[in-house]
Write a new protein. Structure first.
Length: 71
């Protein structure tokens, strides 16, 4: 969830190219996801031993079509 603290952290991290501050931002977001029971916080990523061959990956321009609400 974006709030003044998380927004400040991400802006500072990006403007100053500061990985440590970005980690603080991601820790805040991850903590909120767990405590507020957001959908993202309820998901667990499954990692593969081998990456999916790039030929099998759908192009981004096709994927994003499913995330639009406009007709």
């Amino acid at each position: 969830m974006l709030n003044p603290l998380t927004i400040s952290k991400v802006q500072h991290a990006v403007r100053n190219n500061n990985p440590a501050t970005f980690q603080e931002f991601t820790d805040l977001i991850d903590g909120q996801n767990r405590t507020l029971c957001t959908l993202r916080g309820l998901l667990k990523l499954k990692y593969l031993d081998e990456p999916i061959p790039i030929e099998e990956v759908e192009p981004a321009k096709e994927i994003v079509k499913r995330f639009t609400t406009a007709p």
